[in-house]
Design a protein around this ligand. Structure first.
Ligand code: ZN
Length: 191
């Protein structure tokens, strides 16, 4: 029991308490369900790899997005993690391609440009690509990464955009912090 708690609490966002709660929950499940869960985890580890074009997580290479003829090949949305691709795909609004960097620049954690798929992104920028959308996270590391990329991409002369940062839907302005409000003003659009 202690071992299961320890293993689970290594997962991101899971503390000792949550791990304990999960183990208690799992104990109540029939054995087959636990086996199915464990097997699905091993399967995903065995079968999933990275798309050699966009570095999204995929079971077949290249991934289904890169291989989809209906996607707009003139636009590449640059994100930090494969999770972000899933988030954009859920909107159903974006029809272009992606590029997963695999994180953000973070000198304090020893993560430099060579640790991210930046060279690979630049290699993808050919004639058919007309726009790069920077969708890095709106935190210190994400902003630093977006700035770094903008310096590399701007000289290439294609359209470079950054997703708007602003007030989350359902939040009142009075509760937004100053940075968010400033960004929302900067990112204002024609009505
Ligand atoms: Zn791909």
């Amino acid at each position: 029991m202690q071992r299961a708690v320890e293993e689970l609490s290594k997962l991101p966002g899971i503390g000792k308490k949550s791990a304990q709660r999960l183990v208690f929950y799992l104990l109540k499940l029939p054995r087959e369900e636990i086996v199915a869960l464990a097997k699905s985890l091993v399967d995903v580890k065995d079968k999933a790899s990275y798309c050699s074009i966009c570095f999204n997580i995929t079971e077949k290479n290249p991934c289904s997005i890169c291989m989809n003829d209906h996607r707009d090949r003139s636009t590449i949305c640059v994100v930090e993690e494969a999770n972000d691709v899933m988030a954009f795909e859920k909107t159903g609004e974006y029809k272009g391609l992606y590029h997963v960097l695999g994180g953000a620049l973070s000198p304090l954690d020893g993560i430099g440009p060579d640790d991210l798929k930046i060279k690979e992104l630049l290699a993808r920028i050919k004639d058919e690509v007309k726009e790069i959308i920077l969708a890095n996270n709106p935190n210190v590391e994400g902003e630093a990464t977006a700035l770094y990329l903008s310096k590399l991409i701007t000289p290439l002369g294609l359209k470079l955009t950054r997703i708007a940062r602003g007030i989350p839907v359902g939040t009142d302005i009075e509760y937004a912090d100053e940075i968010t409000l400033t960004r929302a003003l900067e990112g204002r659009m024609n009505y």
